[in-house]
Design a protein around this ligand. Structure first.
Ligand SMILES: N[C@@H](CCC(=O)N[C@@H](CS)C(=O)NCC(=O)O)C(=O)O
Length: 221
């Protein structure tokens, strides 16, 4: 049984989950693997106690614990899962296809998960009256300037970024999750909007859907 260390918490406006760990959670689901969620408090991520640093030297989530050892960093974990559990295949076969998949993941890491998304997502972990709404709007502007035009162009007339669903799509499921809570209007990017809805329609999305209760998304039943 794989243990996924993450941060997830229920609020009246939805169940909020770590964006980077959500990338991994959907891949565990897509591969039908047995796993259990271990929830670390957001406070511990900032305090970085030794028991977390022992598992993840940067004191972040996600990391996974397997019978073979600990693996940290969402993109590294997802490729490890693909290597260790190759079915169903979530990686293109040819080198150029793989390079494309990794470029999509790299873009998502820098322009989405580190770029615009935290400006929108972090305030949702606080009371509405404590939120910096200007900062949240900056996050939305960042998405309108970078992530959404990129998706609009790269998805073109495909269903998924590398034709079939692959690891390239996992980080964009975290974007779908954040925008479900935020409700930002993205109708100016119709192909990106349809793509995010396609990701939300996958069975694996249920484990990160803000409408799914914590008890119903703790891993394999
Ligand atoms: N590149 C890392 C980023 C991990 C990351 O920043 N995780 C956030 C939660 S979504 C975290 O632990 N933040 C606490 C911190 O940065 O100290 C990954 O993909 O796993």
């Amino acid at each position: 049984m794989i243990v996924l260390a993450t941060t997830e918490r229920a609020y009246p406006w939805g169940v909020l989950r770590s964006t980077n760990a959500s990338k991994v959670k959907v891949v565990l689901e897509e591969k039908g693997l047995d796993y259990r969620v271990e929830r670390l408090s957001p406070g511990n991520l900032w305090k970085k106690p030794p028991e977390i640093l022992e598992k993840h030297p940067l004191g972040k989530v996600p990391y996974i614990e397997t019978a073979d050892g600990v693996v940290f960093d969402s993109s590294v974990i997802n490729e490890y899962l693909e290597d260790q559990f190759p079915e169903p295949v979530l990686r293109p076969k040819n080198p150029l296809g793989r390079a494309r998949m990794r470029m999509m993941i790299k873009f998502a890491e820098e322009a989405v998960l580190l770029g615009g998304l935290p400006l929108i997502w972090m305030p949702y972990w606080s009371d509405p009256k404590d939120r910096d709404t200007d900062k949240m709007e900056k996050g939305r502007e960042h998405l309108r300037a970078w992530a959404l035009p990129f998706i609009e162009r790269e998805i073109a007339d495909k269903d998924f970024l590398c034709d079939n669903f692959t690891l390239a799509d996992a980080p964009f499921m975290a974007l779908a999750m954040v925008l479900q809570v935020d409700g930002m209007d993205i109708s100016a990017f119709p192909r990106a909007e349809a793509y995010l809805n396609r990701l939300r329609a996958r069975n694996s999305y249920a484990c990160i859907n803000p409408d799914t209760a914590l008890e119903a998304s703790a891993g394999t039943p």
